[in-house]
Design a binder for this molecule. Structure first.
Ligand code: ADP
Length: 460
């Protein structure tokens, strides 16, 4: 397969050859035409002059004797003309016998046919007294073949064109090399990336298109690195999360086997708790992976918000009381007696969203605190679910990360209080799947407010 560099070089070569050919043909055609025109003009005026002088000579002397010395001078003058290629002057008498030939070859012989056809008659008082052959009467081939000046100019033209063609070719080759070098670097980097090697970012070339390509590649490579890092981190986090409950399970089972622990309802309850923890973790991970793959299916329907709240809040009330917390519901219908709010959502998933938010509030708010669940109709056909607590708040540095998988803020890292770190990432995925949004406001030492907006049920 031909490389791009070879293709560019071939194109440059063809363009250079074509340019040189066209240049040489056009300029030499122009040169020859102007040369012939000038040569003919010059020869014609010389011929007119020579015919007049010869006629005058014949008139004075009545014959051609002694003309040779004059013609030698005349032919030398013709030879000195810059554009006359053939310095030959031939004079013949009325019988077409050659009297004078400036080259001295044909004197005394009859005029050859090729001269006879181009010879100009010399008139004295209307009578033909002789014939003159000068360069004006010669053809193109004669002019061209015997003119060293013209040939040398043409040679220079060809050589000059070849030199400029070669320079054009060289410049083309350099440009091809310059253009393809970043592409070669890019290909090598892509190959290294495909083999799983890390690589230093590509240097950005000066040309805009290549610079765009290189920076797009750098961004892609950085994203791949990040994805790889996240994947490694995720596997490590899952292993870490599973290790603790599995170790507890193993120890408790070993204690049962060794007879250290008794098979009591408490022991079995503790075992079940660990198994429940593991299966909840696996359920959460499965839900997240479905969301990642875009395969999270929802079965949305019109739900009366009050019913949903009652269903979600009821199971949490005993735990809230146990922690010494007040759990309040403030909704539009309960406070103002307005029409019941309806939302368009999957009942299971909406319950899961609210459960995770309330569960966190209960988990992190210290005893004596208050948790408020507030709902309201919002503009643009949205319903607000707001979970506010009077807990420790979330540090500003942690806020951007709390929706990341397995992320736990510093205050939640002890296992007693903290969960798996998946709750909020599940909430975010479920809210997004419903076409809603979630935001958080938190002040350290005062509490946190999570606001979820979900589409209201369509009005009929
Ligand atoms: P976890 O299972 O650890 O609660 P989440 O994804 O639900 O994981 O929450 C991520 C982190 O966000 C938590 O570890 C905690 O630090 C912080 N967080 C969530 N909700 C609250 C809250 N109501 N008050 C304070 N911190 C919170």
């Amino acid at each position: 397969m031909r490389t791009l560099q070879q293709r560019l070089m071939l194109t440059c070569t063809l363009i250079a050859i074509f340019t040189v050919l066209v240049g040489v043909l056009l300029s030499s055609g122009l040169l020859i035409r102007s040369y012939i025109r000038m040569a003919r003009q010059s020869a014609w005026s010389m011929q007119r002059l020579a015919l007049n002088q010869l006629a005058r000579y014949y008139q004075q002397h009545g014959r051609w004797d002694g003309i040779e010395s004059h013609l030698v001078v005349a032919s030398e003058r013709i030879a000195a003309q810059p554009f006359l290629p053939q310095q030959r002057v031939v004079l013949a008498d009325t019988d077409r016998h050659i009297i004078f030939d400036s080259l001295g070859r044909l004197e005394g012989t009859p005029m050859p046919q090729r001269f006879a056809s181009i010879a100009s008659p010399i008139y004295v008082n209307g009578q033909t007294v002789g014939y003159l052959v000068t360069p004006y009467g010669l053809g193109l081939v004669d002019i061209f073949s015997e003119n060293a000046f013209l040939v040398s100019i043409l040679r220079m033209l060809v050589v000059g064109s070849l030199i400029s063609g070669s320079i054009a070719l060289l410049v083309g080759l350099l440009i091809a090399r310059h253009l393809t070098r970043p592409l070669v670097a890019l290909t090598q980097a892509a190959q290294r990336l495909a083999m799983g090697e890390r690589h230093a970012p590509l240097t950005i070339p000066a040309d805009k298109e290549l610079a765009d390509l290189a920076s797009a590649f750098n961004i892609m490579a950085a994203n791949l690195d990040r994805q790889e890092e996240l994947r490694r981190q995720l596997v490590a986090d899952i292993a870490h999360e599973l290790r603790t409950p599995l170790s507890v399970l193993r120890l408790e089972i070993e204690a049962l086997e060794d007879g250290v622990a008794q098979n009591t309802p408490e022991t079995l309850g503790s075992l079940r708790e660990e198994v429940t923890l593991i299966s909840r973790l696996i359920d959460d991970l499965r839900l997240l992976s479905l969301a990642d793959a875009g395969q999270l299916t929802l079965a949305p329907e019109t739900l009366v918000v009050q019913d949903v709240l009652a269903r979600v809040v009821a199971p949490l009330v005993p735990r809230a009381q146990q922690h010494g917390l007040e759990l309040r519901i403030v909704d539009c219908s309960s406070s103002n007696g307005c029409a019941p709010l309806t939302v368009y959502a999957d009942p299971q998933r909406l319950a899961q969203i609210l459960h995770n938010l309330l569960e966190n509030a209960v988990r992190y708010t210290p005893s004596g605190g208050t948790i408020t669940l507030h709902t309201a109709a919002m503009p643009n056909q949205y319903v607000l679910f707001e979970v506010a607590d009077t807990g420790p708040g979330i540090a500003a540095d942690d806020v951007p990360h709390i929706f990341d998988r397995f992320y736990r803020a510093t205050h939640a890292r002890d296992r007693e209080r903290g969960g798996s770190g998946l709750g909020l990432s599940i909430v975010l995925r479920l809210v997004e799947a419903h076409g809603g949004t979630i935001t958080v406001d938190s002040v350290m030492g005062q509490g946190s407010v999570f606001r979820v907006l979900l589409p209201a049920a369509p009005t009929v």
